[in-house]
Design a protein around this ligand. Structure first.
Ligand SMILES: Cc1ncc(COP(=O)(O)O)c(C=O)c1O
Length: 404
């Protein structure tokens, strides 16, 4: 028996593979109810202490069967468009639904008004086009601002403040728009910014200074300020006290209700991807293991971010006696999860458990190469597992044509 792996992504499992896990089909996602509740409680406590409101950003986690675990601690959901807005309204009933989309569509907007309470526009042109309709429907209307404050060095893909960004309205864009249409500010109830990605509250503090400098004169006229997502609040060691100071500063200086809409923080370290080794090959110095899970299909952020997912009871290359390159079964040469080291050589049939797999996975996977979508299971506090979603050939085929 290996010693328990007590790193944060595996804490919910006690760092070991239980018998219940051994019996699950692979590949599969396993969402951990206790870890989700723990995250939600932490966020709920923050909201109670400070008076801010916390929303679940559904783009990161939208396994709605488990929303009832989150709902008691959250003010509602955040959506990226019509479908997520409807999901939030249907599956977290009675809670707020906020939506931000880089551009709304004429043919969807009336339906969006059915589901959403807060509608955030990306540009003055979209605000002018759809804002009056939203206000007439009694919605709270906001504008996403771009404080032009990059806090993510070398991470342009996730930096909405990168030069030339299409996301958010800069102060220069706003001033030009108001010059041309002086009634525009009257449409606004709030401002929204989203500039962070997996960051601590020091980056938020820096960003808030930039917001104050560029948009501080507008904020006293607003009812709310949404700090967006990217706050890694539930990560061990996150500076909560500084976050609370940021929230209180906005409340005191501008009299606004503060919203946070984290995705990752809601479901951080609350899921696993279980996979088995299908084959092991040796090519020169490199030992390759082909798994039944694919980076490209089942954990696309591993390639897109890119990042190295934590793996139970495995180390950095060379740290343990057997270093192996783990890859998926697809044709993509780059379908490689990474190099990991193990205490013993891997063999076909071995079970591997990747951590922190609840976020940007089940809502982002795909069937490239005809890869099956892994079933999604939920693990209760007593360790028992139940299926939430099972997929088959028909799910793959239905997305490609011949819809009735
Ligand atoms: C507007 C907006 N809000 C919230 C989020 C959630 O971010 P995270 O999951 O990093 O907390 C994102 C992520 O891209 C976003 O674009």
């Amino acid at each position: 028996m290996p010693a328990p792996d007590l790193r944060a992504p595996f804490a919910a499992l006690g760092g070991v593979v239980s018998q219940a896990l051994e019996t699950l089909p692979t590949p599969c996602y396993l969402l951990d109810e206790t870890a989700l509740i723990r995250n939600a409680e932490l966020l709920g406590d923050l909201a109670r202490r400070t008076g801010c409101k916390v929303l679940l950003a559904q783009k990161a986690f939208s396994n709605y069967d488990l929303y009832p675990l989150l709902a008691p601690h959250l003010a509602g959901t955040e959506a990226s468009g019509l479908y997520e807005a409807r999901l939030g309204a249907e599956e977290m009933p009675g809670r707020e639904v906020h939506v931000f989309c880089a551009a709304y569509r004429e043919d969807e907007f009336a339906e969006l008004l059915r589901w959403a309470d807060h509608i955030v526009f990306n540009s003055p042109a979209q605000l002018a086009r759809f804002g009056p309709e939203a206000k007439a429907a009694g919605k709270s209307v906001g504008l996403r601002i771009n404080p032009e404050c990059s806090t993510q060095e070398g991470h342009a893909l996730y930096d909405p403040c990168a030069p030339g960004s299409r996301l958010g309205t800069t102060r220069a864009q706003w001033d030009a728009a108001v010059n041309a249409n002086p009634s525009l500010p009257r449409l606004l109830d709030g401002l929204h910014f989203h500039t962070l990605c997996e960051q601590d509250s020091d980056a938020l503090e820096t960003t808030l200074d930039a917001v104050a400098e560029r948009f501080g004169d507008l904020l006293p006229q607003m009812q709310w300020l949404n700090f967006g997502g990217g706050h890694h609040i539930t990560r061990p060691g996150y500076d909560l006290a500084r976050l609370e100071r940021c929230i209180r500063r906005a409340q005191q200086d501008w009299g606004v209700t503060v919203y946070l809409e984290p995705g990752e923080a809601c479901a951080l370290n609350a899921g696993f991807l279980l996979t088995r080794v299908l084959d092991v090959t040796q090519n020169g110095e490199t030992c390759n293991a082909i798994l039944d899970a694919s980076a490209a299909c089942h954990m696309p952020d591993v390639l897109e971010m890119p990042y190295r997912p934590p793996l139970l009871n495995a180390g950095e290359p060379g740290e343990r006696p057997c270093t192996v390159r783990l890859g998926g079964p697809t044709c993509l040469a780059g379908d490689v999860i990474g190099d990991y080291s193990f205490d013993a050589p891997l063999r076909p049939g071995d079970l591997l458990v990747f951590g922190d797999m609840a976020i940007y996975t089940t809502c982002k996977n795909n069937t490239f190469n005809g890869m099956p979508l892994p079933p999604i299971y939920s693990r209760a506090a007593d360790g028992s597992c139940r299926p939430l979603a099972i997929f088959g050939y028909q799910d793959f085929k239905d997305r490609l044509g011949s819809r009735r």
